[in-house]
Ligand binder design. Structure first.
Ligand code: HEC
Length: 138
């Protein structure tokens, strides 16, 4: 009886443990949780410009990923017209983006992911990510 109970508890614990395992935040996951309400990846746009053209603008403005990611993270923390590198009509059309209440690690991870979306000529990202999950529990 006792063993059955322990087995049950272990089974129940498995899910939260698998959820909190990630040490470095996954940029795509941060995006889906915090950004995809407003941003689509490809056109058509939702309530904000799609990520692909945004990423393209950052690639035009910054020659290295670290500079682009740093600028993007700084913008997300405290968006302003002065920090914006995309076309000014975007702010006129959609309004300024609200500040993101995320930690530096998450901001850097998601900015890196956004940067990578515009990095290849194919324009569709790396194709990774489908079917990745916590796994192991069912
Ligand atoms: C409530 C809606 C909303 C959410 C949530 C949101 N954004 Fe935005 N974002 C906008 C709007 C509107 C713009 C266009 C105006 C601007 O640039 O401020 C924008 C612009 C941007 C830009 C271009 C900045 C510039 O002007 O140079 C980047 C990069 C960006 N978003 C990334 C993100 C990321 C990454 C997340 C999630 C962590 C996110 N956004 C979440 C609304 C949103």
């Amino acid at each position: 009886m006792k063993r059955v109970f322990i087995g049950l508890v272990t089974g129940l614990l498995c899910f939260p443990v698998a959820q909190s395992r990630a040490a470095t935040p996954d940029g795509k996951e941060v995006f889906e949780r915090n950004c995809s309400v407003c941003h689509s990846v490809n056109p058509p746009s939702k309530s904000a410009p799609p990520i692909l053209p945004i990423s393209g603008r950052y690639h035009m403005q910054f020659s290295t990923k670290s500079a682009g990611v740093a600028a993007m993270a700084a913008f997300m923390k405290a968006p302003s017209k002065q920090k914006s590198v995309i076309e000014p009509e975007a702010i006129t059309r959609f309004g300024l983006m609200p500040p993101m209440a995320l930690g530096d690690a998450e901001l850097t991870a998601v900015a890196g992911w956004v940067w990578d979306q515009g990095g290849s000529a194919s324009g569709r990202g790396s194709g990774r990510g489908a079917g990745q999950g916590a796994g192991g529990c069912n």
